[in-house]
Each structure stands twice: as structure tokens, then as C-alpha cells.
Design a protein around this ligand. Structure first.
Ligand code: HSE
Length: 311
């Protein structure tokens, strides 16, 4: 039996603009890597974290990866086993790209694989949500579900948890720009209005239904028309430098849609091809540089697989 494994899990774009807390999709890069070693002594240790600039705790009681793995081990009655974890952050923290989800999902998938547990990966979701709860005070599933299942995922219901994997047009590409400013999810959730008007709700659910229909119908125009958010974006966009200017630039360069990734500050655009995605990331990166804001950019197709064993 394998005693050590290296797993990659992908970054994710939660909300997909109009589907706050209920829609998300996975990308091919960036993502995080976890190396998990089975050890003789029961319990979980974290021996190394790289790429985090010292921001993440090595204490297994305070780290989202070890905490969710511990919940998982308890649930399957395997507290007899021990794991040592190395976490290699290959993506920015606090970026709105599902950084904690990528680490947590990589850890859970590594543990499940090492134990030869054949249960449906969907069952790992509730442990992954524990990690989210710890990271930002709320167990939303729109990052962890696509990180775990790949592709587009709809959280049809939280109680009981009901997730649905959605199809998507093949050619769909994504341009992602992370302006390096701090927007913690916990705070980005606190500023959202918690009362909404019926007319806004009607607009929003029309758009969510339109987006999901467009995914099923391979209708990229319908996807683009539907990706508007009247509930959350008006508030959160304030935290993102030149959000509306960046949106105009992306749309002028041929984006299908543009919006905030998760709780921000990353923004993303859907495009019909990789070249358009590259033009957008380059242009927005240059714009942010003029504002003296450092940025990280990525172009990706949709990741349909979720976590991947690297070795
Ligand atoms: N749906 C969550 C939010 C995602 O918008 O707060 C966080 O990445």
C-alpha cells in the first residue's frame, strides 16, 4: 500500500457573478499541492508549508487542511492512523480564488486515496466545508465543491447538501487577474446587504437560470447576457481598484462576461478562446501596474477533473 502521495487541487471561481454561494467552477491553474505521508504514530502533523510567506499556521489544530482531514478520519473511524502533511501553496492567499479550498481538497483527497477509501468524493464535501468555516467563518461550498468535483457545480441546497455538476461549452476560457490588495473573505461577507428587494431578486434569479440554461445549451451569448449581479457586486466592487474600468477594458477586448471571482479581489472574464483571455490579462495587468498595484494573471480552460495525483 502507498505510504506517501502528492496531490494537486485547483483554484476555483465561486459565485460565477450572479450565483452568490451557489455556483462555482474550477480552473487548471493556479492550484495547491499537498504531500501526505502516512506515519506510524496516530494524529496529524504539518511539517512544512511553503509559498505562504509565513501566513499559515503549522499548528494542526488551526490549519484548514489538518482540521478537515481530522474530521474525515473521525467520521470513518480511522483515528488509529497518522499523517504528516506538507502544504505547498502555489497560489495567492486571500485572492478570491479559493486558496483555502484548494489546500483542503488536496489534503482530503490525498488522505482518502492513501486509505484506499472508495466512497464517492462528494462525501468529502462536508469535511471540506469545515475548513471553509475555519478560514472565513462560513462553510460555503461554492469553492470546495468545484475544487473536488471539477467543472461547474451548482449548490442546489445547503440543508440538506445537494450539489449538481453542470455541463459547459467546450471552448470556454477564463482570464483571471488578481490585483494584489487585501480583501479577506470574512470581511467581504460582512459588508454585503442581508435584505434585498423583490425586483432585485427577480433580476438575479432570472440571470442564474439564464446562466445555467446557457451552460446546458452551449450558448455562450446567453451565458454572457446572464452574468450580471445586482445583489453583491455593487457593494464588493468598491474593494477592487478600478473594477468598472477593468470591466470596460475586458469587454472591449472581446470578453463574454466579467465579474468578481468569489469574494475578490480577483476578477475574471469568460472568453471564447485563449488568445482573447491572454489579451485581457495583459491589458488589465498593465492597467494595475499604472496604478502601482502588483498583479498575478492566469488564463485557463475549465478544469473538469478536480484533484489530481501527481506522484
Ligand atoms: N461565495 C463565497 C463568497 C465565495 O462570495 O463569499 C468566497 O470565495
Amino acid at each position: 500500500m502507498k505510504k506517501s502521495i502528492k496531490v494537486f487541487a485547483p483554484a476555483t471561481v465561486a459565485n460565477v457573478v450572479c450565483g452568490f454561494d451557489v455556483l462555482g467552477f474550477a480552473v487548471n491553474e493556479p492550484g495547491d499541492e499537498v504531500i501526505m505521508n502516512m506515519v506510524d504514530k496516530p494524529g496529524i502533523t504539518i511539517s512544512k508549508i511553503t509559498g505562504d510567506n509565513g501566513r499559515l499556521p503549522l499548528d494542526p489544530k488551526r490549519n484548514t487542511v489538518s482540521v478537515s482531514v481530522e474530521h474525515y478520519l473521525k467520521s470513518i473511524d480511522r483515528t488509529d492512523v497518522g499523517f504528516d502533511i506538507e502544504l505547498h501553496k502555489k497560489m495567492p492567499i486571500g485572492s478570491g480564488l479559493g486558496s483555502s479550498s484548494a489546500s483542503t481538497v488536496a489534503g482530503l483527497f490525498a488522505a482518502k486515496t492513501l486509505l484506499g477509501d472508495e466512497t464517492d468524493p462528494v462525501k468529502l464535501l462536508r469535511f471540506a466545508r469545515k475548513g471553509e468555516e475555519m478560514a472565513c467563518g462560513h462553510g460555503h461550498a461554492d469553492n470546495v465543491a468545484p475544487a473536488l468535483l471539477g467543472g461547474f457545480v451548482l449548490i442546489r441546497s445547503y440543508d440538506p447538501l445537494d450539489v449538481v455538476k453542470l455541463p459547459h461549452p467546450k471552448g470556454l476560457h477564463c482570464a483571471i487577474v488578481f490585483p494584489d490588495v487585501d480583501v479577506p473573505t470574512r470581511e467581504a461577507r460582512q459588508i454585503i446587504r442581508n435584505k434585498i428587494q423583490m425586483k432585485d431578486a427577480v433580476t438575479q434569479w432570472g440571470n442564474i437560470a439564464g446562466l445555467v440554461s446557457g451552460l446546458f445549451m452551449n450558448d455562450i451569448d446567453l451565458i454572457g447576457r446572464s452574468m450580471h449581479d445586482v445583489l453583491v457586486e455593487p457593494t464588493r466592487s468598491i474593494l477592487i481598484p478600478d473594477f468598472y474600468k477593468m470591466r470596460d477594458m475586458a469587454m472591449e477586448l472581446g470578453a463574454v462576461s466579467f465579474g468578481i471571482s468569489g469574494s475578490g479581489p480577483s476578477v475574471f472574464a469568460f472568453t471564447r478562446d485563449e488568445d482573447t483571455a491572454k489579451r485581457i490579462t495583459q491589458r488589465l495587468g498593465q492597467h494595475l501596474a499604472k496604478l502601482k498595484i502588483n498583479s498575478f494573471t492566469y488564463e485557463s480552460s475549465i478544469n473538469d477533473h478536480g484533484p489530481r495525483v501527481l506522484g
